[in-house]
Write a protein that binds this ligand. Structure first.
Ligand SMILES: [Zn+2]
Ligand SMILES: [Zn+2]
Ligand SMILES: [Zn+2]
Length: 183
């Protein structure tokens, strides 16, 4: 009788143990599912946020472009009267100051970047400085005029003109103002 009772107790204990282990497994599975769900929700949220930011930055770019277009006529009048600093006005780089045409054609994308107005045939060059990388050049700007020796616009920041070298300065592609400063 004692034996039978012990056997029974052992059986009960075994069943309880098995049930406890099953609960642990079930809880683990449920927990894993919750973790996966949370990760998925975070991923979706991150993607939505990224799309929102992308949309916002596209809107800002469009607004800036629209603002520039709105301001353009006034800027054309202003810089036609005095082109000093026109090299710094991005929205006028590809606009003819003489007649206001916005259908300007680029004759060559290699430096110096040559532009021509199809309406009045005015030609100019506008680009970033090859030497110092911060200077902007525009042959219409009296602060970056064409060098009388080589014909390239002279940078107001570093003084470079022709990348092949020019008798008016020591800068060429192998010896830039930037290299000199860093040396
Ligand atoms: Zn023109
Ligand atoms: Zn420069
Ligand atoms: Zn020169």
């Amino acid at each position: 009788m004692t034996d039978k009772s012990d056997e029974y107790d052992a059986l009960v204990a075994e069943k309880m143990q098995a049930r406890a282990e099953r609960h642990v497994r079930e809880n683990q599975v449920e927990h894993d599912a919750q973790v996966r769900e949370a990760e998925l929700a975070r991923a979706v949220q991150a993607r939505d946020e990224q799309l929102r930011q992308q949309h916002l930055s596209e809107m800002r770019v469009r607004e800036v472009a629209a603002e520039a277009r709105r301001n353009r006529p006034a800027l054309i009048v202003q810089y036609r009267a005095d082109p000093t600093g026109v090299r710094l006005v991005a929205t006028l780089r590809d606009v003819c100051l003489k007649c206001g045409s916005e259908q300007v054609r680029c004759l060559s994308d290699s430096l110096p970047r040559k532009l021509v107005c199809p309406d009045c045939a005015t030609k100019w060059t506008a680009s970033a400085c090859w030497s110092c990388a911060t200077g902007l050049l525009d042959s219409r700007d009296p602060e970056t005029p064409r060098c009388p020796q080589c014909g390239w616009s002279k940078c107001a920041v570093c003084g470079a003109c022709n990348p092949q070298g020019c008798s008016t300065n020591t800068y060429n592609t192998g010896h830039r103002q930037r290299d000199e400063v860093m040396a």
